[in-house]
Design a protein around this ligand. Structure first.
Ligand code: ZN
Ligand code: ZN
Length: 552
């Protein structure tokens, strides 16, 4: 007898903001919802971003039927190039998400081999044991979708990221009538966005931001620069509307934003009269009060256009007094310091800076508590799993669900890697699978053991000392005093003397074996150990000691 069991396996996004990925499994079918990235925290030096660990999916690759994308934000699509290059399954996405994914896969030269499908709302499609239908939700990007996934055990609703905005920029609010139809026969499980589950009340409409941008751009006497997410198409539309209204041209800097603006304009998601968007070279010839620059870097990303401009090292754009810079985004948790530093540097360059703490130039795209209640009230699920949030957001959201009548034990807080088995009337965590961080740096990916980052942390804290010892190739005798170099360890003027004494110490160590012949490895560890010990005794620090033995 086969047991009717739906397995729910979060691979990312539960207990953290970012790298969203959720697997649903029934019989021999697995569908995956989203494949996002997490932006690195400051304690992850040299990491471009973090992606989910998909070893479970790779082990079960024959059963993975599809990846379904809720919307085109990086924390939902950013890992696709890395996932698809290992697991080339069909991808289903709404029209704009499909466009954004195409841009991304093209950059990674994967577009030709990928199997991308565009899905319209109200159009169910089958993947394995599941039938999926998209319904429109309102979020900070057009074409965001919730998913109604019918399984042999009952209906599962995944909200994706959503808020309830009655006056969104694209005029397409959350589709309650579709939701009512899809949930009419009862819902087994609701998975719902928890990012703002601690925030009381309702999230303001995007309209408020449009009005604020209009006011600031209308009143600005000099040039205006707006930094936002490269994927925040609706925000770019608001900027363009204001620019057109006040007779300004718009130019775009930052590669990802240039690509997205081109794509969104071609697909009709960004609308502006011909000639509104001009190349940077032309914009630089216009009077300052006729320009709006759209730029990447609202999260303080070190290589982004805005950060380069704020540091005075962008090749084409420099801040001049009278510039107004609008940061139309709020920092993702972990990026606060980078963003504040960027704001400070912009002030140092004599710009006027407006950001979400001092002006209504950004509202977030996630439902606050009253909207979460509304979703629960509409869907009336038997089981509830909060998704997309730090652990405390998940707990807060589960509490809301209980207060709305979901049974105590049916509102379940899961974390990445938990394997939940759901029957028609029970949910039990039966297993844990690997779901840690996978780090991406350039073209390299590495797993979660943390050794590389620990090493980088040590190098950053303690620095490095290099010892070079020359030995005679035939006799094996040390030829001259070991030479030392250091980087990031001690101040240079005090280091000359210290390094000299360290060299002497290494030489003494080398004389100790009393004629016994040592091989190169033995010599190397003898030198490394004596140098490490000496430096620790002298300075109470443990720099990384690299010893190189060269035969001459
Ligand atoms: Zn989103
Ligand atoms: Zn998200």
């Amino acid at each position: 007898m086969s047991r009717e069991v739906l397995r729910v396996i979060p691979l990312g996004g539960l207990g953290e903001i970012g790298k969203n990925m959720m697997a649903l499994e029934y019989g021999d079918s697995i569908v995956v919802v989203d494949a996002g990235v997490l932006f690195p925290r400051e304690d992850m030096p040299g990491v471009d971003f973090v992606i989910p660990d998909i070893s479970y999916l790779l082990e079960n690759r024959d059963r993975v039927r599809a990846i379904i994308i809720t919307h085109g934000h990086e924390d939902h699509i950013g890992a696709l190039p890395y996932v698809l290059s290992q697991l080339n399954v069909p991808v289903y996405a709404s029209r704009l998400s499909h466009g954004l994914i195409s841009v991304k896969l093209k950059e990674h030269r994967l577009l030709g081999d990928s199997r991308l499908n565009v899905v319209e709302p109200h159009t169910p499609f089958s993947v394995g044991e599941f039938t999926v239908e998209f319904f429109r939700v309102c979020h900070s990007i057009p074409d965001a979708m919730g998913l109604a996934i019918s399984t042999p055990l009952g209906m599962v609703v995944h909200t994706g990221d959503f808020k309830i905005d009655h006056t969104p920029v694209d005029g397409k609010p959350t589709d309650f009538s579709a939701l009512a139809r899809l949930t009419a026969d009862g819902v087994l499980l609701l998975l719902s966005d928890s990012t703002y589950a601690e925030v009381e009340g309702y999230t303001p409409s995007e309209q408020v931001v449009g009005e604020a941008l209009d006011r600031v751009i209308g009143a600005a006497e000099g040039r205006v620069m707006v930094a936002t997410f490269a994927s925040l198409i609706s925000r770019m539309q608001q900027v363009m509307d204001a620019a057109v209204k006040y007779g300004r041209k718009v130019t775009v800097v930052g590669r990802s934003m240039v690509n997205n603006v081109k794509m969104a304009t071609n697909m009709g998601y960004l609308k502006a009269p011909a000639g509104t968007i001009i190349p940077l070279s032309e914009a630089l010839d216009l009077p300052l009060n006729q320009i709006v620059i759209l730029a990447t870097g609202a999260q303080g990303e070190p290589t982004s256009a805005l950060v380069r401009i704020s540091n005075g090292d962008h090749q084409d754009v420099e801040i001049v007094p009278g510039d107004t810079v609008i940061i139309s985004a709020s920092p993702i948790p972990g990026n606060e310091t980078l963003v504040s530093r960027t704001i400070d540097n912009l002030y140092r360059q004599k710009a006027r800076v407006l950001h979400s703490k001092i002006a209504l130039v950004h509202v977030h795209g996630h439902a606050s508590r009253e909207e979460l209640k509304m979703m629960l009230a509409m869907v009336k699920p038997k089981f509830f799993i909060p998704v997309h949030g730090e652990y405390r957001h998940l707990v807060a959201h589960a509490e809301i669900a209980r207060s709305m009548g979901v049974a105590e034990e049916n509102a379940m807080v899961l974390e990445d890697g938990d394997v939940l088995e759901l029957t028609a009337d029970h949910g039990t965590i039966v297993d844990r699978i690997p779901a840690g961080h996978v780090y991406v740096n350039g073209r390299r990916m590495w797993g979660d053991d943390g050794k590389v980052l620990a090493e980088r942390g040590r190098l950053a804290r303690e620095g490095v000392v290099t010892v070079v010892v020359s030995v005679d190739a035939s006799s094996g005798k040390v030829v001259n005093a070991p030479s030392l170099l250091s980087s990031g360890f001690v101040e240079l003027d005090e280091s000359a003397d210290l390094l000299e004494r360290t060299s002497e110490e290494a030489q003494i160590a080398l004389e100790q074996p009393n004629g016994r012949h040592l091989d190169l490895d033995e010599l190397r560890s003898l030198v490394s150990n004596s140098v490490s010990k000496f430096l620790y005794d002298e300075t109470r620090r443990r720099p990384k000691v690299l010893t190189h033995i060269q035969e001459v």
